[in-house]
Structure formats: structure tokens, C-alpha cells
Design a protein around this ligand. Structure first.
Ligand SMILES: NC(=O)c1ccc[n+]([C@@H]2O[C@H](COP(=O)([O-])OP(=O)(O)OC[C@H]3O[C@@H](n4cnc5c(N)ncnc54)[C@H](O)[C@@H]3O)[C@@H](O)[C@H]2O)c1
Length: 319
């Protein structure tokens, strides 16, 4: 029982990946607080029964679990949940920041509310949970923090709120690793891929079927998407990061999916040009040096396209 005597909070633990993680920790003796109000996919409404059922399932299997039916977007509620965990279970040793919602739109159609809801749950919520849990972990000189990221942090289309929040998660984790590491607390990011209601509902499958029929995706890609493995492929790796064995794994970003675990590169300065003396670069030097010395092999991820028939020509500089 790897987690005997350990207590954990799993946000968004009522379903999907979070539930699989809560179950995995509880199965090995961990006492788990599921913090989840049972939000709809877009976070617009809540239904506590999802969390109640999750807790009942863990208990029925012999595990120990409690529900905090609260939102990570509420800073005070995060404090209450950490207090609940320490009062009922004696400590907070493990924090899995997993709660998430989606509100996809192109930036020009995205109302500020959709930006705020997504960033508040994915990024600010992780800050709030760590803010409240860190003093306990620091004091006891033991803690494990796993922050759920996403491949979207590398650049996405139609979900800038989500991608930006997940980029923030990546940086938040790296900062936490450095602030808390010396107290025996580790922080890592996991970017999962698993079939859940967030990623693979009927509408998504139908969309992919249409794209296959229209020749827009290959059969290989279609099969890979519709047969994507479930959350049970993510939980064992997250549990490993939460264990004693992972004491020296800190500040890393991992990819976890169906029978595959990967690690991302460290973000490093790739190349630089340096000017001798005290003067700033001139415009002429920049024009010459940047394309040749910095951008060798570079590919624009979205080059400008010619306007379609009837669309206005590209704007020219005003004279
Ligand atoms: N499924 C994937 O392939 C995938 C890919 C990349 C990233 N992720 C990330 O993994 C995490 C889990 O996603 P999932 O696919 O299991 O989704 P899911 O929708 O199945 O589960 C998300 C859970 O978060 C809860 N939640 C939503 N708002 C909350 C809030 N304000 N406070 C607390 N809980 C809240 C929901 O009620 C739900 O139970 C998310 O952070 C998501 O961004 C998932």
C-alpha cells in the first residue's frame, strides 16, 4: 500500500482523469478528498451527484474518500478544502490539480467571460490550491503536486483561453518546483490524452466521421482518435509521481496517453547574436542578422494566405 498514511486532494476528481487518479490513490491506501462541484463541460452549471457517486464508488471498493463540492475558481473554497483534508485526514500530502472545463472559440469571437472562466479554473485554481496547501507541505517537508497541463500549451487553434492557461500551468509548475523543492515537495506537469467527455463526446466523434468521409483526415488518424484509451492509462503514472519513489522528479513536464509516457524538452535559448561595444543593434544589423543567425530552419506555423475571392486585399501601410 504505497499511499498508506497519505492524504490527497484531487480537484476535478468526480469523473474522467481525476476520478481515475483518486481511485488509484485510494486503492493503495491514500485518503482522498475529491474537490469537484460536478460542473458541466463548459463550467456553466453544476450537479453534485457526480462527486457523490465518485466518493460512493471509492468507499464501496474499501477506500476512504470525501467530497468537497466546491469550485477551484473560488479562492476561499480552496482554503476550506485544504482545511477539510487536514482536519479529517490529518495532513495534505498530495495535491493533484486536475479540474478543467472548455470554452473553445476563435479569439475574435471569445467573450471576456469565456477567457476568465477557463483561465480561472485551469490556472488561478491551481495557484489557489497550491497557495493553501504549500504551508502544510513545507512544514512537514513532504509533498507531491501534479498539475494537469495539455498539449495545447504548445500552440492551439480555437482555444486560446485554454492554451494560455495551460502554458501558465507549465510555468507555474516550474516555479513551484524551485520554490518548494528544498522542503521535499515536488511539482510536475502531466499533459494527458484520454477519452473523456471533455475530449471525445458524440459530437466530436461525429465531426471526425464527417472529416474522414470528406477526406480531410486519414483513416489512421480517425481510428487513433475514436479508439483513444481512457483515463485508466493516465492514473498509474500520476500515482507514481505522487509516490516516495518519485522524490527526485521535480519541475518536469510529461506527456501521458494510451500506453505511452513522454517527457518534454527543457525550454532553452536556441541561439543568440551578440553585439560588441555599448551601442544598441541598428535596424540594418537586425534585418541582416536575425534571419540568418537566429531563424535558420524556422517554419512559420501559419503563413499568410491569399485572400479568397471577394475578400479585401492585405492592408498597405498608410502613407
Ligand atoms: N482528456 C484529455 O484528453 C485531456 C487532454 C489534455 C488535458 N486534459 C486535462 O485533464 C484534466 C481532466 O480532464 P478530463 O478529460 O478528465 O475532463 P472531465 O470533464 O471528464 O473532468 C473534469 C472534471 O473537472 C471538474 N471541474 C470543472 N470545473 C471545476 C471547478 N471549477 N472546480 C473543481 N472541479 C471542476 C468537472 O466537474 C469534472 O468532474 C483537465 O485539466 C483537462 O484540461 C485532458
Amino acid at each position: 500500500m504505497r499511499f498508506e498514511g497519505r492524504s490527497a486532494i484531487v480537484t476535478g476528481g468526480a469523473r474522467g482523469i481525476g476520478f481515475a487518479i483518486a481511485e488509484a490513490l485510494a486503492k493503495e491506501g491514500g485518503k482522498v478528498v475529491i474537490m469537484d462541484p460536478g460542473a458541466s463541460k463548459d463550467g456553466g452549471s453544476t450537479d453534485h451527484s457526480a462527486g457523490e457517486e465518485a466518493v460512493a464508488k471509492i468507499r464501496a471498493a474499501g477506500g476512504t474518500a470525501l467530497l468537497a463540492a466546491e469550485s477551484v475558481a473560488d479562492h476561499e473554497a480552496c482554503g476550506r478544502t485544504v482545511a477539510l483534508c487536514t482536519e479529517k485526514f490529518g495532513s495534505v500530502d498530495i495535491l493533484v490539480n486536475n479540474a478543467g472545463v472548455l470554452r473553445p472559440k476563435m479569439i475574435w469571437n471569445m467573450p471576456v467571460e469565456d477567457w476568465d472562466v477557463v483561465v480561472d479554473i485551469h490556472l488561478r485554481g491551481q495557484y489557489s490550491m497550491i497557495h493553501h496547501a504549500a504551508p502544510h507541505m513545507r512544514r512537514q517537508r513532504w509533498g507531491r503536486i501534479v498539475n494537469m497541463g495539455s498539449e495545447a500549451w504548445r500552440g492551439t487553434v480555437g482555444g486560446a483561453n485554454y492554451g494560455a492557461a495551460k502554458g501558465g500551468v507549465f510555468s507555474l509548475t516550474r516555479a513551484m518546483a524551485r520554490e518548494l523543492g528544498k522542503y521535499g515537495v515536488t511539482a510536475n506537469t502531466v499533459c494527458p490524452a484520454a477519452a473523456t467527455r471533455l475530449t471525445l463526446d458524440e459530437a466530436v466523434k461525429e465531426g471526425f466521421r464527417k472529416r474522414l468521409e470528406a477526406g480531410l483526415v486519414t483513416k489512421e488518424r480517425y481510428d487513433a482518435v475514436v479508439n483513444m484509451g481512457g483515463p485508466e492509462h493516465i492514473a498509474p503514472f500520476v500515482a507514481y509521481l505522487c509516490s516516495d519513489e518519485a522524490a527526485n522528479i521535480n519541475g518536469q513536464a510529461f506527456r501521458a496517453e494510451d500506453r505511452k509516457i513522454g517527457i518534454y524538452n527543457e525550454p532553452e535559448l536556441k541561439a543568440s547574436v551578440v553585439k560588441a561595444g555599448d551601442e544598441p543593434f541598428t535596424q540594418d544589423e537586425i534585418r541582416k542578422l536575425v534571419p540568418s543567425a537566429l531563424l535558420g530552419g524556422y517554419v512559420n506555423p501559419a503563413p499568410a494566405e491569399a485572400p479568397a475571392e471577394g475578400e479585401p486585399a492585405p492592408a498597405r501601410a498608410a502613407s
